[in-house]
Design a protein around this ligand. Sequence first.
Ligand SMILES: C=C(O[C@@H]1C=C(C(=O)O)C=C[C@H]1O)C(=O)O
Length: 359
Amino acid sequence: MDDTARGAATALRSAPACRLHREGPPPAGPGLLATVHHGDAATPPELVAGVPRVRLRVSADAAAGFTETWTAPGTVHSGRSGGMVFAHTDEHLFLAGHLPRGDRCARAVAVAYSAAFELVLSLGFPRLVRMWNLVRGINDTRSGTEVYRAFCAGRAEAFDRHRARGLGMPAATAVGALGGGIGFHLLATRSAGVTHLENPRQVAAYRYPRRYGPRPPSFSRATWLQPDPVEPGRGVLYVSGTAGILGHESVHPGDARRQCDVALRNIAVLIGRANTARHGIAAGFTPTDLRSVRVYVRHARDLDAVRARCALALDPAADVVFVVTDLCRRELLVEIEAVASASGGARCASAPHGGGPAP
Ligand SMILES: C=C(O[C@@H]1C=C(C(=O)O)C=C[C@H]1O)C(=O)O
């Protein structure tokens, strides 16, 4: 293969890329898999000019809105099925679905998520990489069970049904939303290497004890996507929403600043070389490598303190958005998700582990 052909082949074996835009939706470009608007209106996902469009209402402050675009190299095909929309290249799939407001019980979630997993499998993308779940009234207990707990029970049932067909639990986020019922979107891949990571500082979420709900949450702490089997050091690490939880317990109730520091330290250990090596991944990261960072804050009054703590740990060049919304446990005040990429070569292979403030 000459250099040009090798370059093209490498590009085609790349992970989906996320960009955050604060100035409204960007013009459509090649390889656009989806746009996700975080604004003042929630609508069921739709195809606009053949591109999946998700509109979420996460924040009361419309001025805090932003648009996220997902791109992947190659020709994009898109479609609709059973109220869901999707787009894929040969290698990567984006899929979005929605449950109306009245359907936040375990049964409805199990049905909707099972349908999504069926579609993922029938389209030929059996490796889940990343999932987002935006849940209206996530801490609402008026039905007798907290909405998040009912959501977890339904989602766990959907994973149970598909486990035998090889569907693993990917990195995920589940946070509150102000509009819609439950909106979800996901990334999956056909054949790229996928490794799900756990964090030595935290009990695996799928092993949380029963006191947090009848079924534990179904997600991994991070997922490493390695597009090319012969380039083990090149890939993307998708970091789940990470909060101030040690073991399985929320720490520092009422103190957003200290919860933020614990979340940052959790991420530092999760993505650090000691932990990635333990999972057989040939790249390691520090918090300054994080990009497409999303910081969810329960109360607007904590924004300044959380911003200041994040500024100490993150790279000044990182794209960071702050979203004010509810989180999966009432006592949690801050949660952080992000992406880290490695282009292969010495830098990532030798990156030190750790970084960020101590808990
Ligand atoms: C913060 C936590 O969980 C949150 C809930 C998730 C889910 O249920 O998918 C995923 C990540 C976080 O958004 C945690 O348990 O550590």
